[in-house]
Design a protein around this ligand. Structure first.
Ligand code: NAP
Ligand code: ZN
Ligand code: ZN
Length: 348
């Protein structure tokens, strides 16, 4: 086993602090990665606070991982020492079910193996995430990342990027599609960039009026302050597609009202239960759907697209010891738009 410095939450809702984990020596099909950066996703905060239930502690969060291959197993052919690679939200899946065979491992019928707060397929070893200096991952769950962008700007693509990309592609967002992105955080700002890169006409829906100019700078065509009811009324029944990235409980009905007839709202934010009145669906035959991250194949496609178009996340790079403050600031929407941990700061 390889002792590895990490940052962990000792119990639900407790601040994170230095902790040492053990990584496995690479098996025949494994890749050992020296982690350079790891993004701070709102899902990390939900799980550290056990807001979804079933969390296990100590917990080392982090599933937006970028680093360099440090060693490979004897049977690994796709990766070599020194490659810049990424790891996202899962590190394994059953590989046999219909979803896995379709390259949709995120919907694995036997359950994927989450990068942290989960258990490996041996049923015993707990998984620990990227708030650490290295990780051992099966070669099939490692991704090639663009090297023309700084690694801290690439890390958030592994979750925020793919979680917004997958529904944009699946639901056919293309040139001229009228897209609304609800919530301008880590996911939302990637949604804006990726929808714009696909040629869509993009409107940001935000409760934070101060984000107006930043939204425009990201490429948004329009910005609607959700606290301004007249501005909201002006975009009623306007959009072809609405992506809801909000991390806190909110009502879905008023957002559905912003869709035209037969249009789709896709929820990716995971705030927990919410009251729901279906009348807005019925009035205009609107659709409400959900979407979970993305499979390995489409994650690779998204990374290649981002490399070709020079698209990275807008980040604030922090030392590991700043992560508790980062969580507090993220809760206040005070981040433009993703905190990323410089994992070299874990060594000290
Ligand atoms: P984030 O950076 O904190 O952004 C969330 C945004 O939601 C905030 O910037 C804010 O935008 C808005 N918001 C926050 N509190 C709100 C409230 N009380 N009412 C209305 N709007 C509020 O979080 P993130 O990392 O983007 O993650 C967003 C959500 O997606 C989380 O629930 C996360 O767990 C989930 N997620 C899901 C998947 C998936 O596969 N489906 C993958 C990753 C993350 P404004 O300031 O612009 O209003
Ligand atoms: Zn995430
Ligand atoms: Zn499967």
């Amino acid at each position: 086993m390889i002792p590895t410095p990490a940052y962990a939450a000792p119990a639900a809702g407790e601040p994170l602090g230095p902790f040492t984990i053990e990584r496995r020596e690479p098996g025949a099909h494994d890749v050992l990665i020296d982690i350079s950066h790891c993004g701070v996703c709102h899902s990390d905060l939900h799980q550290v606070r056990d807001e979804w239930g079933g969390a296990t502690f100590p917990m080392v969060p982090g599933h937006e991982i970028v680093g360099r291959v440090a060693a490979i197993g004897s049977a690994v052919t796709n990766w070599k020492v020194g490659d810049v690679v990424g790891v996202g939200v899962f590190v394994d899946s059953c590989r046999e079910c219909a979803a896995c065979r379709d390259g949709l491992e995120q919907y694995c019928e036997r359950g994927l193996t989450p990068t942290y707060n989960g258990v490996e397929r041996d049923g015993k070893s707990r998984t620990f995430g990227g708030y650490s200096t290295r990780i051992t991952v099966d070669e099939d769950y490692v991704l090639r990342v663009p090297t023309n962008l700084p690694p801290d700007r690439v890390a958030p693509l592994l979750c925020a990027g793919i979680t917004t990309w997958s529904p944009l592609v699946h639901f056919g967002v293309q040139a001229k599609t009228r897209v609304a992105i609800l919530g301008l955080g880590g996911l939302g700002h990637m949604g804006v960039k990726l929808a714009k890169a696909r040629g869509a006409e993009v409107t940001v829906l935000s409760r934070t009026a101060e984000k107006r100019s930043a939204a425009k700078a990201l490429g948004a065509d329009d910005f609607v302050d959700l606290s301004d009811s007249a501005a909201v009324a002006r975009v009623a029944a306007r959009f072809d597609f609405l992506l809801d990235t909000v991390s806190a409980p909110h009502e879905y009905g008023p957002m559905l009202e912003l869709l035209r007839r037969d249009a789709t709202m896709v929820v990716v934010g995971l705030p927990g239960p919410s009251r729901f009145d279906p009348s807005a669906l019925i009035e205009k035959r609107r659709r409400l759907a959900g979407s979970s991250i993305g499979g390995i194949r489409e994650t690779q496609e998204m990374l290649d697209f981002c490399g070709a178009h020079g698209i990275g996340a807008d980040v604030e790079t922090i030392a590991a010891r700043e992560v508790n403050t980062a969580f507090t600031r993220m809760l206040k929407s005070d981040v433009r738009y993703r905190f990323v941990i410089d994992c070299a700061t874990l060594e000290r």
